[in-house]
Design a protein around this ligand. Structure first.
Ligand SMILES: [Zn+2]
Length: 272
């Protein structure tokens, strides 16, 4: 726990320094390695570096404490006691009660009486990915294996929340990679997607985070992630026709470099 606190303070300090310009080149902190990962460093030119997802994030998805998305809120959720968790739930419920009242509802009527508490619990569940970290998700599931053919897990169902409108987007993610002596337990691919999906997201970033986390964990020859999702903020407001979906992809390594590899992946997905 104290180790976590140190990491957070360190991040805060970095942010503070860069804001004040007292530390001109962007400071790069070499993150502590997970036990499963033996070598190498983060690619600072990676897509995620172009626009940090959070002011506290200067590194790609696997950060020093494995949280993969440190923020004040995520940290305090991880470290909370059961009493603090109950207080958090109550604060959320109170806020929801305010919203309902402002929207014109009578929060004392029967149907809605306990809605704030239900909604608070639901939101905590929908965002439980903030409490997960990659180390625990992939624990004991990286194996040395002499397999160098494409591995694909398709049709992983994901449910996420659009960070711009706080409404769901959901669909399927397809993950492929070509191993370089290391493979990940197949069920962990879905767990990885789930961990990033259960946060406030935009589909583009979710796609990238899954790809880059896998790339970081396995150092494979390449990673490909394709996601197709329906966004409630679009379909329910009539911006998008019901039934249409948004597709995003992230190709790394040989999937990015070689058209043939990319095509093989898309063919296997039935997309070509
Ligand atoms: Zn939206």
């Amino acid at each position: 726990m104290s180790e976590h606190k140190d990491n957070e303070n360190h991040n805060l300090k970095r942010e503070h320094e860069s804001v004040n310009g007292t530390h001109s080149p962007r400071p790069v902190v070499q993150p502590k390695r997970s036990k499963l990962i033996t070598s190498s460093h983060f690619d600072l030119n990676s897509p995620l570096q172009t626009r940090p997802a959070s002011p506290l994030i200067l590194n790609p998805p696997i950060d020093s404490d494995g949280l993969s998305w440190p923020s004040h809120g995520a940290r305090s959720r991880i470290d909370q006691t059961p009493e603090e968790a109950a207080e958090r739930e109550k604060r959320i419920a109170d806020a929801v009660r305010t919203i309902l009242t402002e929207l014109g509802e009578d929060t004392n009527r029967e149907g809605i009486l306990e809605t704030p508490e239900r909604y608070a619990r639901a939101m905590l569940f929908f965002t439980k990915g903030y409490e997960d970290n990659i180390r625990d998700v992939i624990k004991h599931a990286v194996f040395e294996e002499n397999h160098d053919e494409m591995v694909i897990v398709r049709d992983i169902e994901i449910y996420s929340l659009c960070e711009h409108h706080l409404v769901p987007f959901f669909g399927k993610v397809h993950i492929g990679y070509i191993p370089n002596k290391r493979v990940l337990g197949l069920s962990k691919l879905a767990r990885l997607a789930e961990m990033y999906a259960r946060r406030f997201q935009v589909q583009e970033r979710l796609t990238k985070q899954i790809a880059m986390a896998l790339s970081e964990i396995l150092k494979p020859r390449g990673v490909a992630v394709v996601m197709e999702a329906t966004h409630m903020c679009m379909v329910s407001r009539g911006v998008q026709k019901t039934g249409s979906s948004t597709t995003t992809s992230c190709m790394l390594g040989c999937f990015r470099d070689h058209q043939k590899t990319r095509e093989e992946f898309l063919t296997l997905l039935g997309r070509k």
